[in-house]
Design a protein around this ligand. Structure first.
Ligand code: FAD
Length: 409
């Protein structure tokens, strides 16, 4: 389905909302149909039409009952797989239900067969897509190496073919060699960095698959990759870009900075300044997670439009480092590290009052920071400020629900 929906230009959140609404429309249609059919007083037939209709209704009912379990880490995978199985039985029973009618509705059959056809083609294309992206020759798919970092995991995938990515895109990763359970799981991750034949992901360990990855730190395994999915927001027309990230939210921001700097090099971007504010829990994470990428971005930033402010709120390398102390790195003081919490409201109000022209405020952060950014932008009441909320922030470590960020506003 991701393959089909990735061409719909809907964000991940938009796709989920569309999926949910289409589901509710199907359920309400099914419920009305069943009530009308039963209210005509016809007894439920035990064969053919009746049984297939009953199976379809039960499949829909089971979907409604199961769907809330998707919110819990422990039941996520089971719920998703059960949803797929129920959808297949729903389509099968509906197909039989329509064909078994004494006078089949040809229009209904055309609709259903078209839907089944699209689904089957989508599944086949997905398989071909995964094989194309993961295999070149031989039996083994792309190699991936897992590295444990402070509070995060970095996965580097050696892709068999050169790949072009855009900012804001994600891939689905299935790892081979971590046991049967992991083989069934396919997880979405934002592409944080890429070059000719390597793709790098930055992952926050949570409660299931991502925590298990820690056990394989330092190993080289194989992985099946599907994607990339998702569309890029064009930031090049904005004169000023102000970015906020917390934790691994930086994985979604780095590609955007890269794309704007590329646009600047080719005179396709109007951007005059990019200010990145990044809140981190541990000092070690700053250098470990993104040093190479930041160095590369600073090297590309020929016109010195990029300023990076890293706020470290604890776990200092030097326990005597005093909160609110600050240090600068690199030429022209473009990277600043501040020991203490980021005051989003004051920082954003200050930035907005200093900037003129079309401004984009881009956020990929936890709910607390995202809320403050949203609220401050709303209060800024300037017509030329646009708020972009990127991707899905993976949430705190552990198994709590993932934070689905609403789409661009
Ligand atoms: C478009 C997108 C991009 C993402 N990019 C990143 C990224 O760059 N870095 C990062 O650390 N995380 C990212 N995530 C979140 C990441 O996919 C989840 O944290 C991960 O799948 C959780 O796996 P788990 O088994 O360890 O989770 P668990 O601890 O078992 O579950 C935690 C929560 O994660 C969600 N979840 C579990 N399995 C899946 C799955 N197969 N697909 C989707 N959600 C699932 C459920 O909401 C669940 O409640 C992204 C998610 C999306 C949708």
């Amino acid at each position: 389905m991701s393959l089909l929906t990735s061409y719909s230009l809907l964000s991940y959140h938009g796709q989920q909302v569309a999926h949910r609404w289409l589901g509710w429309i199907a359920i309400s249609n099914g419920a009305i149909h069943s009530i009308v059919a039963l209210s005509f007083g016809r007894p439920l037939e035990h064969k053919g039409v009746g049984v297939s209709g009953l199976v379809a209704s039960l499949a829909l009912l089971a979907m409604i009952i199961l769907s809330p379990l998707r919110l819990y880490a422990r039941t996520y995978e089971t719920t998703v797989n059960a949803h797929v199985a129920l959808s297949i039985s729903l389509l099968g029973s509906l197909w039989y239900h329509l064909y078994a009618l004494p006078s089949p509705s040809w229009l209904g059959l055309i609709y259903l067969n078209t839907a089944i056809g699209i689904l089957v083609i989508g599944c086949l294309l997905s398989c071909v897509h995964v094989l194309y992206r993961s295999y070149r020759t031989g039996w083994h798919p792309g190699v991936l190496s897992i590295r444990q970092l402070t509070d995060a995991i970095q996965i580097t995938i050696e892709v068999p073919r050169p790949w072009t990515f855009r900012a804001g895109q994600h891939i689905y990763l299935r790892v081979i060699g971590m046991g049967i359970r992991a083989l069934w799981q396919s997880h979405p991750f934002t592409v944080a960095w890429w070059d000719q034949n390597r793709v790098t992901l930055l992952i926050r360990p949570r409660g299931g698959f991502t925590r298990r990855l820690l056990l394989y730190s330092g190993c080289r395994l194989h992985g099946l990759v599907e994607g990339p999915f998702g569309t890029e927001h064009d930031l090049r027309p904005y004169g000023a870009i102000i970015m906020f990230a917390s934790g691994v939210g930086i994985a979604a921001q780095v590609p955007y900075i890269r794309r704007v700097l590329e646009g600047h090099d080719t005179s396709q971007a109007c951007t005059q300044s990019i200010a990145l504010y990044w809140q981190l829990d541990s000092e070690g994470a700053h250098q470990e997670w993104v040093k190479e990428w930041m160095d590369e971005l600073l090297r590309r930033d020929m016109h010195y439009i990029l300023s990076i402010f890293v706020f470290v709120s604890g776990n200092y390398n030097d326990p005597l480092a005093c909160p609110r102390g600050a240090e600068c790195f690199g030429e022209h003081h473009r990277v600043n590290r501040i020991f203490g919490d980021l005051d989003v409201t004051t920082t954003l109000c200050g930035e907005l009052s200093n900037r003129r022209g079309k401004t984009a405020v881009v956020v990929c952060a936890g709910p607390a920071m995202a809320d403050v950014v949203r609220h401050t932008v709303r209060n800024a009441l300037r017509r030329n400020v646009t708020l972009l909320e990127l991707g899905v922030w993976p949430g705190p470590s552990g198994g709590g629900p993932m934070i689905a960020v609403p789409p661009v506003s």
